[in-house]
Design a protein around this ligand. Structure first.
Ligand code: AP5
Length: 218
């Protein structure tokens, strides 16, 4: 399983990546999670990344490529990985291809999640995150057992600072300009599959695992 989950903010990439990682025992590499961890720990990378993330802008390619390179080269990724939120630009996609070819491997599938914009806005407005274990909830679709508290670790849930309405609009615009071109890029390489991401988490997961199995990418 060497796959990329592609799609606009809030389509459910992180939610599905988490389930795939648990069921197929493959590491999930989420650049958003890694960057948020760096911001929380106030590392040099985190301080640099925060100014971009708070405005909904992309963190510079060189920074993100370095993070992914370090992860993909770890032994735990030798049997595969699930990339969530990377690549996001054509430059990142080309660097990923180079990284993999150095280890004699290549991507097996890129899954592009399609969800109507009004549903994306609904999902992001109601998303709540655990700042400690990164678990993701939704106030209506996937509520925690106790309001505002993480089911997994008991930490108080928070709303991501970039889920504010105006920042969401900026992120969607950036997605359209910089990331959506990857759809044609991967289609041209015969790697793209489109997935209907509208429906419950279970229904979407069933579609996703079926699609991956059909392409021998599980
Ligand atoms: P990142 O964290 O990657 O954000 P994103 O791509 O905008 O995606 P999201 O995490 O918002 O959404 P998702 O698709 O994972 O949805 P989720 O599963 O959470 O990036 C954040 C920032 O970091 C970027 O803006 C940028 O600054 C920087 N960055 C990251 N990667 C970068 C890169 N490669 N290059 C440059 N900069 C980078 O679901 C959303 C909500 O919906 C949740 O509440 C969930 O419970 C709910 N939900 C999920 N599925 C369903 C369903 N089927 N039905 C109903 N509700 C659902």
């Amino acid at each position: 399983m060497r796959i990329v989950l592609l799609g606009a903010p809030g389509v459910g990439k992180g939610t599905q990546a988490e389930r795939l990682a648990a069921d197929f025992h493959r590491p999930k590499i989420s650049t958003g999670d890694l960057l948020r961890e760096a911001v929380r720990n106030k590392t040099e990378l985190g301080v640099q990344a925060k100014q971009y993330m708070d405005q909904g802008k992309l963190v510079p390619d060189a920074v993100v490529i370095g993070i992914v390179q370090e992860k993909v080269s770890q032994p735990v990724c030798a049997k595969g990985f699930i990339l969530d939120g990377f690549p996001r630009t054509v430059v990142q996609a080309e660097e990923l291809s180079k990284m993999l070819s150095v280890c004699g491997s290549e991507l097996e599938r890129v899954v592009n999640f399609e969800v109507p914009r009004e549903e994306i806005i609904r999902r992001l407005a109601g998303r709540r995150n655990c700042p400690k274990c990164q678990a993701v909830f939704h106030v209506d679709s996937s509520p925690p057992q106790k309001t505002g508290v993480c089911d997994r670790c008991g930490e108080n849930l928070v709303q991501r600072s970039d889920d504010k309405r105006e920042t969401v609009e900026a992120r969607l615009k950036i997605y359209d300009e910089h990331t959506a071109p990857l759809i044609a890029y991967y289609r041209g390489r015969g790697l793209l599959s489109t997935l209907d991401g509208f429906g419950t988490v279970d229904v979407v997961y069933e579609r996703l695992t079926r699609l991956l199995a059909e392409h021998g990418a599980t």
